[in-house]
Design a protein around this ligand. Structure first.
Ligand SMILES: *Cc1c(COP(=O)(O)O)cnc(C)c1O
Length: 394
């Protein structure tokens, strides 16, 4: 929707207005869910000239455009365009295929989402694109790893499972000075809590499956690109033939409208649970960048405007049996992958088997929590019972 004021709208307002054009759809608040392949042309001359607002379902519909425009508005002026992909993993692979060619070199944080790593180590490797993993805490020293053919530096903050923070402005400065692009997985913070383009990122990726969707009922991915990278992104997406079904886009758009209120509640509840866990005798460390005791706190405070519902915990050394007893006792924390929905989750993890540039040695069993929208007191009571079961099994 148009902004008649000269004053830029705040993000919460942009979440509500973005991608909406009610007068194009008889005044209805939301765009239609357009199920489409063929688009009919009015005349033979139009068909031959491909003269139409839309060409073909795969190449865009009013539904996909509404979502792209909504996210573009949220990202701000430096975002030139958005591509929608069928999953977060699909968004990551598409962003990398957009920016890399045979013979190129790629730098990827060692704390990256594991399937990203898998894509680099298999398909990119087969295409003669070489990946070097780097310490997430490297900062401006990233320059020491850059070669003449380094085209992309991939960042993710906080890191998957282990929550290391990265100095993205410093990394971006060095990368740009050597003509490399900076790609970021911004799923944890979303554009609401990390303004990727203002911090030097060229392409910002989200697993829309998580907070955009917000209800654990879709697979969805997005890439937001600046002016330097968007044309090639759009071309790559079209050439690969990637598109998302309209029902899932509609659910994503519905989720996006409430993302800010949900995130604020996830943030508040996750901080309350994380602080409570920090004081538990069973807990050695809480890995949450918005806690002052966290190694990444200073960077988080400088660069981020909020924190979301996902963090990890390192238990003091204890038996696997007692950790499983803790997890099995929990009622409100489901055990399952993904996150970002309304419900709380917990998983046990171990990064040590796949990290290569750094050594993951937390000193005790590790669990990752997603704090949902339940009442915090109920969550704490659930965890309390978990700890009692843990003690009994020890
Ligand atoms: C879940 C996740 C992805 C992948 O998203 P999918 O939609 O599950 O493919 C990518 N990055 C991060 C950080 C994630 O947590």
């Amino acid at each position: 929707m148009a902004n008649k004021s000269t004053r830029p709208q705040k993000p919460d307002t942009r979440l509500v207005t973005g991608g909406r054009d009610p007068q194009s759809f008889h005044g209805f608040v939301n765009p239609p869910v357009v199920h489409a392949s063929t688009v009919l042309y009015p005349t033979a001359a139009d068909q031959v000239a491909h003269r139409a607002r839309y060409q073909y379902g795969r190449r865009g519909t009013p539904t996909s455009e509404a979502m792209e425009n909504a996210l573009k508005l949220l990202e701000g002026d430096q975002c030139a365009g958005v591509a929608l992909l069928p999953s977060g993993a699909g968004a990551i692979s598409t962003a990398l295929l957009t920016t890399l060619s045979a013979g190129d070199h790629l730098l990827v944080t060692d704390s990256v989402y594991r399937p990203t790593r898998n894509f680099c180590d298999t398909i990119l490797k087969r295409m003669k694109i070489e990946t070097t993993y780097y310490d997430p805490l490297i900062g401006k020293d990233i320059g020491k790893l850059m070669k003449a053919n380094t085209k992309v530096v991939f960042v993710e903050a906080p890191g998957s499972q282990s929550f290391e923070m990265q100095d993205i402005p410093a990394i971006a400065d060095v990368a740009h000075s050597k003509n490399a692009l900076v790609l970021m997985d911004n799923t944890w913070a979303t554009p609401l809590f990390f303004d990727a383009f203002a911090k030097g990122v060229d392409m910002s990726i989200q697993a829309g499956t998580k907070y955009i969707g917000g209800h654990s009922d879709i697979m969805f991915g997005t890439i937001s690109a600046n002016a330097a990278t968007y044309p090639r992104l759009n071309e790559t997406r079209n050439t690969l033939g990637l598109c998302v079904g309209p029902d899932d886009i509609n659910l994503a758009l519905r989720g996006l409208r409430t993302m800010s209120v949900r995130l604020k509640r996830h943030e508040e509840s996750a901080l309350a649970v994380a602080r409570w866990l920090e004081k538990r005798p069973e807990v050695a460390r809480v890995l949450h960048p918005a806690l002052p005791n966290d190694l990444g706190f200073a960077i988080w405070k400088r660069d981020f405007t909020g924190s979301s519902g996902l963090f990890s915990v390192v238990f003091k050394p204890t038996s696997e049996k007692s950790v499983f007893a803790f997890m099995d006792e929990l009622e409100l924390f489901g055990m399952g992958f993904s996150w970002g929905g309304f419900e709380s989750l917990v998983i046990a993890f171990d990064c040590s088997e796949y990290r290569t540039a750094t050594k993951w040695n937390p000193g005790g069993p590790t669990l990752r929590f997603h704090i949902g929208l339940e009442d915090v007191d109920d969550l704490l009571a659930d965890l309390e019972r978990g700890f009692a079961a843990m003690k009994k099994a020890a």
